[in-house]
Design a binder for this molecule. Structure first.
Ligand SMILES: NC(=O)c1ccc[n+]([C@@H]2O[C@H](COP(=O)([O-])OP(=O)(O)OC[C@H]3O[C@@H](n4cnc5c(N)ncnc54)[C@H](O)[C@@H]3O)[C@@H](O)[C@H]2O)c1
Length: 326
C-alpha cells in the first residue's frame, strides 16, 4: 500500500484527497493543515493521522510520498524538506514563484535522488491529451495556427486571500495562465520568438496574452482572472490543421471538417472507489495526473511527464513573458 502524506487541505488538497481515495493500492496516511476542520474533512473516511503543520508531517509521519498542496509561496520551503524524507514528491503548480526557487528545487532533487512531479495538470486532461495525439500523429496534417485561453473570475476562496496577493501567488499570470503556457511548450517546444502583452491598470498582470511564433505556425495564449463572479470559468482551445479544426469550447469537444462538426468522444474510466460516469469529470485530469504519479512511485520508476524540470522551464518562460517589453 502506497502511503500518502498530503500537506494543505484547501481547495486543491481536497481534490487530491478525493483522487487518492479512489485509487487501488493507495492510502491517505497523513494530512496536515493549519485549519483543523479542513484537515479533518479531508481525512474523513480514512485512518489518516492529522497534523497541524506540514513541517510536523514531514518530520514524523510514516509516508512513502508527500504531496504539497500549499499556497505557492510555501512550495519551495516544504518541498525541499520533503525531498529529504521521501523519494517521491508532488508539488502543485506553479512549481514556485522565482527561477531561484526552481533551481534550488532542481538541485535538491539531483542531490537526494527524489523524483518530483509538478501539478501541470493540463498535460493529463483528457481533451488536451487527445489533442496532443492528433498533433503528434499528424492525422489532420500539420498545425497551421492555434489558440488557447483560460478566463476566470477572481479566485476569492484562498486561505487568507493569498491568491489575490501577487507576492504570494504570482497573480493570474503565474497561477492561471501558466497552465496553457506549460501545455503549449510541452506540445510545440520553445517558440522561435514571442510577443507578450499584459495590463498594469488594477491588479498587475491579471491579463496576459502571448503570441508565439514557431517555424511555420503561430499560437495565441491568453489568460485572465479579471472576470466578475457571474461569468463562468472558461478553458478553451482551437487548433487549425491542414485538414480540419479541433475545438474545445462552449459547443463541446469537436472536430470540424468540410462535412461538418463531429463530436470527439472521451472514454470514461472506472475508478477503484466507485466514481464513474459524470463523477469522474469532477476529478478531471487531477485523477489522471495523480494516478500517473502514484503508479510511478509504486513501481519505483522515474517521473517522465510534468517533471520538476518541466515545471521550472514553464515558470522561466512565464517570467520571460512578464519581463517582455516589446
Ligand atoms: N492544478 C490546478 O488546477 C490548481 C487549481 C487550484 C490551485 N492549485 C494550486 O494548489 C496550491 C494550493 O491552492 P489552493 O487553491 O488549494 O489554496 P487554499 O488556500 O484553498 O488551500 C491552502 C491550504 O494550505 C493550508 N496551509 C497554509 N499554510 C500551511 C502550513 N504551513 N501547513 C499546513 N497547511 C497550511 C491553509 O490552511 C489552506 O487550507 C497552489 O499552489 C495553487 O496554485 C492548482
Amino acid at each position: 500500500m502506497l502511503k500518502i502524506g498530503l500537506i494543505g487541505c484547501g481547495f486543491m488538497g481536497t481534490m487530491h484527497a478525493d483522487c487518492y481515495k479512489n485509487m487501488e493500492g493507495v492510502t491517505l496516511a497523513a494530512v496536515a493543515d493549519l485549519r483543523r476542520d479542513k484537515a479533518e474533512a479531508v481525512a474523513e473516511g480514512t485512518d489518516a493521522a492529522i497534523y497541524a503543520d506540514g513541517r510536523d508531517l514531514i518530520a514524523t509521519a510514516e509516508v512513502d510520498v508527500i504531496d504539497v498542496c500549499l499556497p505557492t509561496y510555501l512550495h519551495t520551503e516544504y518541498a525541499l524538506l520533503a525531498m529529504d524524507r521521501v523519494k517521491y514528491v508532488f508539488i502543485e503548480k506553479p512549481v514556485a514563484l522565482t527561477a531561484e526557487e526552481g533551481h534550488a528545487l532542481l538541485e535538491k532533487s539531483q542531490r537526494t535522488g527524489a523524483h518530483v512531479q509538478v501539478g501541470q495538470v493540463i498535460r493529463f486532461w483528457d481533451e488536451y491529451v487527445e489533442l496532443g495525439k492528433i498533433v503528434r500523429e499528424g492525422t489532420l496534417g500539420r498545425v497551421v495556427n492555434a489558440s488557447f485561453r483560460r478566463l476566470s473570475p477572481r479566485p476569492t476562496w484562498g486561505w487568507e486571500e493569498w491568491l489575490l496577493d501577487t507576492a504570494r501567488s504570482g497573480g493570474a499570470a503565474q497561477d492561471l495562465h501558466i497552465h496553457d503556457v506549460d501545455y503549449v511548450l510541452s506540445l510545440f517546444g520553445e517558440p522561435r520568438r514571442f510577443f507578450s502583452v499584459k495590463n498594469t491598470l488594477g491588479e498587475k498582470n491579471s491579463y496576459v496574452h502571448t503570441l508565439l511564433q514557431y517555424e511555420d505556425f503561430a499560437v495565441s495564449v491568453e489568460g485572465t482572472w479579471d472576470l466578475p463572479a457571474a461569468r463562468p470559468f472558461e478553458a478553451a482551445f482551437r487548433v487549425v490543421f491542414e485538414r480540419g479544426v479541433i475545438e474545445n469550447a462552449g459547443a463541446g469537444f469537436l472536430r470540424y471538417d468540410a462535412d461538418g462538426a463531429h463530436p470527439i468522444a472521451i472514454e470514461k474510466k472506472e475508478l477503484a472507489g466507485g466514481y464513474k460516469g459524470d463523477n469522474i469529470s469532477d476529478l478531471g485530469g487531477y485523477y489522471n495526473e495523480l494516478l500517473y504519479f502514484t503508479e510511478r512511485a509504486k513501481a519505483g520508476e522515474p517521473i517522465a511527464c510534468a517533471t520538476l524540470a518541466d515545471g521550472v522551464s514553464s515558470l522561466e518562460f512565464l517570467l520571460r513573458e512578464l519581463a517582455f517589453q516589446g
